[in-house]
Design a protein around this ligand. Structure first.
Ligand code: ADP
Ligand code: MG
Length: 719
C-alpha cells in the first residue's frame, strides 16, 4: 500500500511498528515510567495522594516535576503546557519553553514542582458565564494526576502537555473536568455505600466510559472552497446529490486506501498517546466513519476523546482530508453522533452492571440497574439538556438518531425479568430465561441476550448503558457528569430505603428485592422497547409524562428546574452559581453558533451564489437573444425556464433581506432567554427559507458557473 503522506514514525522507528504493545503510551509519562524514574518514597506518596484524591505535597510535586522534566527533555521536548478543557468545548493550551536564566546569566532548562502543579493562564478570554469579573480574571490550572502527562509532537520539537483542571480565583469550576471529577467521586461514594448494604466488600468504584466517535472526512481542497465548512463546520446550502446513502452500500463497506492510510496514522498517534483505539469502520453515510476505543475510567476517556478529536483533524489535514465533527455536515444525509457507553466497576475490575453467575451477583446487578433506571426516570430531561446544541438539533428526533425524548431500552429478556419481579410471578419468565430458581427466587440473567434497538437514546447493551444521543462534536464530560450525578442521587435513595428495611429486621434478600421491586414500579414510564422514531411514541411519551424538549431552546429551560439544580448542588458537584454560569454559557454558545451560520450564509448568498446566478441568467438571456436575432423562434419552455430561474433569484433576494433583518432583530434582544428563542425561531426560520431557494437555484444553475463544490463532489468516494 502507498506510504501515507507525511507519516512521521521517527519516534518509534526503532520499535517494531506492527506490535502496538511495543510503543503503546510511549509519549505518555505513564505510571510505569513514573515507577521507574521516581524515588520509591516519592512514587508511593504520589500513588497514595492519587488514591485518596489529595493534592501532592510540595516535596513530592518537586520530585515528580524533576522526573517529568528529565523524561520530557530526553524525548526532545522544548516546551511544556497546562492542557485544559475550558467551557468553549475545545481544549486550551499555552506553551512555555523550559528555559530560564541561571545565576551566571546562562540559559538552562528548568521546570519546578510549582509549575507542574499549578499554572495561571490569562483566563479573561475564556467563557465564565459571569463567574469572573474582569478585575479578578485570574484562573488557575491544577494538575490532574489521574490523567498522565503526554507529549505533543510538532514540526520543530515537542511539547510536554500536563492535563489540568481549570478553576477561578475562588475555586469555581471553569471547565468540564472539575465537575466530571467531582461527579465520579460522588457516584463512587454512593456505590460503595450500596455495596456495603448489599453485603459485598466495598471497593473504590469507578465510572467507566468508551465513546464511539463518528465523523465525516471530505477532500480538504474542496472543503476549503466552502466558507460554510470552514467557519460553521457544516454546509449551510447544498442541493441533494443524485446518489446519497439510499443504497446503504457504505456501511461496513471496504475502507478505501486513502482513508485507511489516514485511519492508520490516526491510530498510530493514538497508541503513542496511550489512547486504546480499537475499532474502525465505514458508517452509514458516504464518507462517514467511526473510531471507538476500549473503555477507560470516565475522566481519562473524556481527555482521550478530546485528544482524539484533535488528532483526527490534524492527521486528516496531513492526508488532504477535512475531518468534520459537526453533528450534521450535510442536509439529507445521516448526521454524526457519539455513543457514550457507560458503566460502573469496582477498582478490582468487577462491573456492577454485569449480570452474574450467582443469585447474589444478580441481586447486585438488579440493584445497580434499578439505580440507573431511577436516574433516567428522574433526570431524563436533564440528560437531554446536557446534549442540546445548535448542531445536535439537526439530528435528535430527525429519524436518523434517537428521539429527543429520553427513554431506556432493556431488551426483551431483561424486560421479562423485571415484569416477573414486578408481578411476583417469577416462574413465568423462568420458562425461557431463568435457570436458577427456588432458593432465592432470583433469575439468572444471560449475558449478551440484548437485542438491538437503534432508535433508543439510552440502551442497555449487556453490561453497560449506551447513551446514543450525544452529538459527535460535543465533549463527553458533561453527559458523563449528568449520568454520574443522577445515578449517585438514585443510589442514595435506594440505599436509604434498603438501610431502613434492614434496620427494621427484614431478611437480606427480601429487603433488596423489595427495594428493587419498588424501583421497577416507579420507573416503568421510562422503559420503552418500541420504535423511537414512530410518531406514536411522541403521543405515548406525553401520556406517560416524559419530558420532550424538541430543541435546544426548549431544553435549556430544563437547567432551571429545581430538581435539575439539586442533583448537582446537593452533593457539591456544582454550586448554584457555577451551574448558572454554565447555563449562561450554553445560551451564549447557541446564539453564537446560529449567528455565525447566519453571517456565513448571508455572505455566501450575497457574494458568491447570487452573483453566479446573475451571470448564469445573463448568459442564457444572451443566448436566447442571439438565437432570436438570427430568426430562430424561442421555444416557450426555454423562456419559461429562464423566467422561473429569474423569479427564484428575486425570491432569494427577498429572503436574504429578511435574513439580515432577522439577525438584526435577534442581536437587538438583550434578555438571554428571549435572545436564544429569537435565534432559534425567527433567525433559524429565515436561514432555512433562504437555503430552500438557494438549493433550487443550484439545481438549475450552469455547473461551470456554480461557485461552490457540490454535495456529490464532497461525498464522492475518497480516492
Ligand atoms: P457497537 O457499535 O456495537 O455499539 P463498539 O464495539 O463499536 O460496539 O463499541 C462499544 C463501545 O463500548 C467501545 O468503546 C467499548 O470499549 C465500550 N464498552 C464496552 N464495555 C464497556 C463498559 N463496561 N463500560 C463502558 N464502556 C464499555
Ligand atoms: Mg454503539
Amino acid at each position: 500500500m502507498a506510504k501515507a503522506q507525511g507519516l512521521d514514525t521517527s519516534s518509534i522507528s526503532r520499535l517494531d511498528q506492527t506490535r502496538i504493545s511495543q510503543y503503546f503510551g510511549c509519549n505518555t509519562f505513564s505510571e510505569r515510567t513514573m515507577r521507574e524514574r521516581l524515588q520509591k518514597d516519592a512514587y508511593k506518596a504520589y500513588r497514595q495522594a492519587l488514591k485518596r484524591g489529595e493534592t501532592l505535597s510540595p516535596e513530592v510535586a518537586r520530585s515528580v516535576a524533576l522526573a517529568m522534566k528529565e523524561w520530557a527533555l530526553e524525548q526532545g521536548c522544548t516546551h511544556f503546557t497546562h492542557w485544559f478543557l475550558p467551557m468553549t468545548g475545545a481544549t486550551a493550551e499555552k506553551h512555555d519553553a523550559f528555559i530560564t536564566w541561571d545565576e551566571d546569566g546562562a540559559v538552562i532548562e528548568r521546570f519546578s514542582g510549582g509549575q507542574l502543579i499549578q499554572g495561571e493562564p490569562d483566563a479573561s478570554s475564556f467563557p465564565s458565564g459571569g463567574l469572573r469579573a474582569t478585575f479578578e480574571a485570574r484562573g488557575y490550572t491544577a494538575w490532574d494526576p489521574a490523567s498522565p502527562a503526554f507529549i505533543m509532537e510538532g514540526p520543530l520539537g515537542k511539547t510536554l502537555c500536563i492535563p489540568t483542571a481549570f478553576v477561578g480565583y475562588h475555586g469555581e469550576a471553569l471547565d468540564h473536568k472539575v465537575p466530571l471529577l467531582r461527579s465520579m467521586e460522588v457516584v463512587s461514594r454512593r456505590a460503595q455505600e450500596s455495596l456495603t448494604l448489599l453485603g459485598v466488600k466495598p471497593d473504590a468504584v469507578v465510572a467507566q466510559c468508551g465513546p464511539e466517535q463518528e465523523y465525516f472526512a471530505v477532500d480538504l481542497e474542496l472543503a476549503q472552497q466552502r466558507p460554510d465548512l470552514m467557519f460553521a463546520n457544516r454546509t449551510l446550502q447544498g442541493a441533494k446529490p443524485p446518489k446519497g446513502q439510499e443504497l446503504e452500500d457504505h456501511y461496513f463497506g471496504s475502507i478505501k486506501e486513502r482513508v485507511l492510510g489516514f485511519m492508520q496514522e490516526v491510530e498510530l498517534e493514538c497508541f503513542k498517546l496511550g489512547i486504546p483505539a480499537k475499532t474502525r469502520h465505514n458508517e452509514v453515510a458516504p464518507n462517514q466513519f467511526e473510531i471507538a476505543p476500549i473503555y477507560e475510567s470516565a475522566n481519562l476517556a473524556s481527555d482521550h476523546n478530546q485528544l482524539l478529536m484533535e488528532i483526527l483533524k490534524s492527521v486528516g489535514e496531513r492526508h488532504g482530508l477535512a475531518v468534520l465533527l459537526h453533528e450534521k455536515p450535510f442536509a439529507g444525509v445521516n448526521g454524526s453522533g457519539k455513543h457514550v457507553n457507560w458503566s460502573l466497576a469496582t477498582e478490582e475490575g468487577s462491573n456492577l452492571l454485569e449480570p452474574g453467575h450467582t443469585p447474589e451477583q444478580n441481586l447486585q446487578f438488579l440493584y445497580f440497574l434499578c439505580a440507573t433506571l431511577k436516574a433516567i426516570h428522574a433526570h431524563g430531561g436533564l440528560l437531554r439538556a446536557a446534549i442540546a446544541s445548535a448542531g445536535n438539533d439537526h439530528r435528535l428526533g430527525a429519524n436518523e438518531a434517537p428521539p429527543a425524548i429520553m427513554s431506556v431500552f432493556l431488551g426483551s429478556q431483561l424486560n421479562h425479568i423485571l415484569e416477573a419481579i414486578e408481578t411476583g410471578d417469577v416462574t413465568d419468565a423462568s420458562t425461557q430465561h431463568i435457570l436458577d430458581l427456588g432458593i432465592t427466587n432470583l433469575p439468572m440473567i444471560e449475558k449478551d441476550a440484548t437485542d438491538r434497538n437503534r432508535t433508543s437514546p439510552f440502551a442497555f447493551t449487556g453490561n453497560k448503558f449506551e447513551f446514543r444521543a450525544v452529538g459527535s462534536s460535543q465533549p463527553i464530560a458533561l453527559p458523563l457528569t449528568v449520568i454520574n450525578a443522577a445515578v449517585a442521587e438514585a443510589l442514595e435513595g435506594l440505599n436509604a430505603q434498603l438501610d431502613a428495611e434492614l434496620k427494621s429486621g427484614k431478611e437480606h434478600q427480601a429487603a433488596v428485592m423489595g427495594v428493587v421491586r419498588k424501583a421497577i414500579l416507579e420507573t416503568k414510564a421510562i422503559r420503552f422497547e418500541g420504535n423511537g422514531y414512530a410518531e406514536d411514541w411522541k403521543h405515548e411519551a406525553e401520556r406517560r409524562g416524559l419530558p420532550h424538549a424538541k430543541d435546544t431552546v426548549a431544553a435549556l429551560h430544563i437547567w432551571e428546574q429545581p430538581a435539575s439544580k439539586a442533583v448537582f448542588t446537593r452533593p457539591g458537584i456544582l454550586a448554584e452559581h457555577e451551574l448558572e454560569a454554565r447555563v449562561h454559557i450554553r445560551h451564549e454558545q447557541y446564539q453564537k453558533a446560529i449567528a455565525i451560520e447566519t453571517q456565513v450564509l448571508r455572505e455566501m448568498a450575497e457574494t458568491q451564489i447570487l452573483p453566479a446566478i446573475s451571470t448564469d441568467l445573463g448568459a442564457r438571456a444572451g443566448s436566447l437573444a442571439k438565437l432570436a436575432s438570427v430568426g430562430v423562434a424561442i421555444p416557450a419552455p426555454l423562456k419559461a425556464a429562464l423566467e422561473a430561474q429569474a423569479a427564484l433569484a428575486g425570491e432569494a433576494q427577498i429572503r436574504l433581506k429578511d435574513l439580515k433583518a432577522a439577525l438584526a432583530e435577534a442581536e437587538a434582544v438583550e434578555e438571554l432567554q428571549l435572545r436564544t428563542a429569537t435565534f432559534g425561531g425567527r433567525v433559524n426560520e429565515a436561514k432555512h427559507a433562504l437555503r430552500e431557494v438557494l438549493d433550487q437555484l443550484e439545481e438549475a444553475c450552469d455547473a461551470d458557473l456554480w461557485p461552490l463544490p457540490k454535495y456529490w463532489q464532497l461525498l464522492s468516494p475518497l480516492v
